[in-house]
Design a protein around this ligand. Sequence first.
Ligand SMILES: Nc1ncnc2c1ncn2[C@@H]1O[C@H](COP(=O)(O)OP(=O)(O)O)[C@@H](O)[C@H]1O
Ligand SMILES: [Mg+2]
Length: 242
Amino acid sequence: MSGALVARGCFVAGTDTEVGKTAVSTALLHLLGADGSRTAGCKPVAAGTVMRDGLCFNEDVRALRDASSLDLRDAEVGPCQLTAACAPHIAAALEGRSIDREALRRAVGALARRAEWLVVEGIGGFRVLLGRGWDTADLACDLGLPVILVVGLRLGCLNHAILTADAIAGRGLRLTGWVANAVDKAMPQRDANVAALVERLAAPCLGVVPQLAPPTPSAVAAHLDAAAVRACLNPLPSPGVV
Ligand SMILES: Nc1ncnc2c1ncn2[C@@H]1O[C@H](COP(=O)(O)OP(=O)(O)O)[C@@H](O)[C@H]1O
Ligand SMILES: [Mg+2]
């Protein structure tokens, strides 16, 4: 679908599930919307709904919706919400359906045409199965957005980050930046791990987010480099270049 998207934006991938993709995606929306720009968050596939105050919703979808400056409906932010909190293709099968790849492209494209900035949160790690013969890497390719990688700082993250960066490049996508996120309070040698990634990953580090209580969009955004974020998401040449 490259070329069909109008908004500038990114696909937020993670080294794993529970590494801070939602925390960083909502922070990006907060940061990009600070000047009044039209922003939209999207979670193309979301697995796991909760029931609160008699309402059934997906927490990631709701967080992205709340952080968007456009007034969006849950169904626009999360076009495929599955009930079970498990691997998406299994959650879909439990409901007797499959995930419709073309419908996801259309839904994300519709948001992209309304927003100036689009932040698409991936699902789990970079290669989560979505159906027979396709996974989240294919979804990222369909959207053609630059990728921001959230590295959950925990033991094993160097391996996960480097494997994911290789997988992103292997699919012809651009890793445009990465964020280190301190998800594990007790991680030893956190700074040395970040330094190793700064040396190893070709893309710029957009921020190192410490343990925050709570990790609200504004609190996380305060640890991101706003200028670097805007620069790495803007695929257009700067004025005067053309
Ligand atoms: N920097 C942080 N400090 C403290 N808690 C964090 C931080 N980043 C994320 N968390 C918490 O870790 C959990 C996973 O984060 P989340 O953004 O939902 O990850 P993902 O979207 O990758 O599954 C959530 O409970 C979130 O509140
Ligand atoms: Mg999430």
